[in-house]
Design a protein around this ligand. Sequence first.
Ligand code: NAD
Length: 487
Amino acid sequence: MIDQARNAAEQLRSTSLTERLAELEILQARIRDDQEMLVERIMAETGKTRTDALVSEIMGSLDYLHWLHGAAGKVLADEKAPTPIALMGKQSQIWHEPWGVVLVITPWNYPFHIALTALAPAFAAGNAVILKPSEHTPLKGVFEALFDGLPLLQSAVQIAYGDGDMAQTLIAGRPDRICFTGSARTGRRILAQAAPLLIPVDLELGGKDAMLVFEDVNIPRTVAGALWGALTNAGQSCTSVERLYVQRSIHDAFVSALRTSMDALVVNQGDAGDADIGAMTTEFQCDIVAAQLEDAREKGASVYGGGRVPGTRLLRPALVTAVTPEMRLMQEETFGPVIVVESFEDEAQAVALANGAPFGLSASVWSKDLERARRVARALRVGAVSINNVMLTEGNPALPFGGVGESGYGRVKGAEGLRGMTRSKAVLIDKQSGKLEANWYPYTRSKYQLFGDLIRGLFGRGPGALLRFARAGLKLESVAQKPREGL
Ligand code: NAD
């Protein structure tokens, strides 16, 4: 598989960005035309609601492709860089070249969107791609069918079905770059395997996102935002609201409104577009959520709602209050339909609580006072912040996406993510002539003195500095013109 990818990467070198984007445009049209079929496939494998499948997986992917089409020309174009005065007469450029073979390893929570938004920019930048989807949601044959009759995509993108062993075999084949989205535990394993091979790795890992609600908010709208932020995709989002901090003066009113709105949510699987919360994708994730809730209960938390619809993987949403820091719910990623609410007194405490987790993926700040919201957003140790909205930075494909701390590093999406699919090549262009450089051999005492003067002139101050620089520069030039005796 790696050999085939290497050949494909070689062949892609003779293709233009325009040709590659043309295939991605057809892919975009096919996704739009086949959206209902894709929604069915995604629902069947993940258990998510019809609306979650359509909006997050399909609409998000189409949005990304649309952005890519418009932005790639500018982001991937050769760049001119300034050339310093000491290198006068030369040109400097930066070329953004493909890595070669990019290995993309994806999780099960957004199996279509995460795969597509990694493979499309990698391919647009001229890389061959091997996609290793999660064994829990392989979407077998879906991408192959979408690529049918698109020769560049067909040869450049291969899908490797299998589990962690398959991923390890692929890494051992020495791809040129690894883009991993998944848990911190697996991220560490990948880094350990990639380190001796010196393969660069992008790590998009988990989160424990905080939502900070100040007392001046519109409560009904903010409650609606909190519910969606915590429960969309049944809470199985890396940027789900996992810690909701509400200012003390409105805490009780907020929790009571949350309960009422939460009770009205429809939990169902295989819906026609009229369910709010779908099923959990895997049995083991149901167990993790149940264990964390049990641990919280045992340690004194108050749990409202929750429980499982018998014979299904549908979990009813739970609202947890009276939490303490040592509870698993407050320390580990939950990745389920659970809303945890705590109160804070003031801005400083809100920031300290939010920054108290080892993860740092995204966060949201809610306040009418936009100056305060901006101040708090700057103080948060995360890769993204939405102000008076939730999980919305991801809604804009022009913005970079990625975390800090245990949420990983590297950025996908936006210009930064697209550039990440390339490595830069620095290029300096000089004219062909008989002229030698002053800093080439031979080294002499007089040249040494002139370089000293040049530096004092170049980095010195005052009106004499420029003159000194010019004089030393001209003398060095004339010395450099003289070829070495005997040559
Ligand atoms: P996971 O780490 O268990 O698996 C992810 C992928 O890694 C799968 O394809 C799996 O087969 C593969 N894998 C397993 N062992 C491996 C190994 N030793 N070497 C290489 N690959 C291996 O994660 P998951 O349970 O599928 O996904 C849930 C996690 O993903 C959560 O932590 C969630 O927060 C995170 N996530 C992060 C983002 C983000 O962009 N930051 C997005 C979605 C999900």
